[in-house]
Design a protein around this ligand. Sequence first.
Ligand code: SF4
Ligand code: SF4
Length: 284
Amino acid sequence: MCEFCLKHGEGEKWYLQAKNYSDDLLSDVRRRRFIEGFADSEALAREAARGFGQMDRLKKAPKFIRDMVRRNVTRKMKKVHFGQVVPIEEIERIFGFTNSIVRVACICRQAVHRKEKRFCYGISLSPNGGMLAEIFRGLDRNPINGPDASRFESLTKEEAIAAFRAHEQEGLCHTVWTFLTPFIGGICNCDRVDCLAMRSTLTYATPVMFRGEYVAEVDPDLCVGCRECMRLCQFGAAGFSASNKKAVIDQRWCYGCGVCRAACEQDAIRLEDRAKSPVAADLW
Ligand code: SF4
Ligand code: SF4
């Protein structure tokens, strides 16, 4: 169980607690300002580029300095904008208690590629996006025509789940995100190249998201060694045993996203509780 489950979920999965999505949390002015600032993709791109430049320069610093800086960044991000990998069945449970789902452009992809790609979803307990949509619409106010609502594409739960399954087939892993923790306002579909959070976590060893509450396991009796799981795993956890021609998953690297499971036509991969993994129970 990750530390947010203990702090914000009363020992249950924190991202399955409706209170962490509530408009009550969103009425906090500081949080509203944070979300407004966060929506500025140009500023985000500049800030990320500066941050990554600093991380690159940090490689030359003594180890204790590197560790200290990384710890400080993670500590700060846990307070403001932190994520966790969540498998599709629990995304469905989140959609079960939320009342609106809005697809929006991914800020990371806009920052990295300068192109609009819609991989991110705003979720709210209130119909029509509630306060979250109000904040975003407020940012997009056009003095002549009023707010441009076309940026916010409302989806039914069924449409959203179908879109998430398609993202999974592309190898994208689902992640929930806080906007001033513990408020969860978005679910993204991430990959290692485009997602700034994944880059920070994996490339710069500065975690800004938790691993999922699960780890994958291969059933060797069902695996036919096609290696599709290896092709799609973003985390380098899926490997191949040349001696028995089967996939193997190193649970120490597994983030429990379930992308490999979706790719496996033999149904040879299942997700198990991280807490029960002797090698990964304490890895977050
Ligand atoms: S995708 Fe399934 S069958 Fe193919 S190697 Fe991976 S576990 Fe085995
Ligand atoms: S091995 Fe783990 S991290 Fe890799 S795709 Fe499968 S569940 Fe995700």
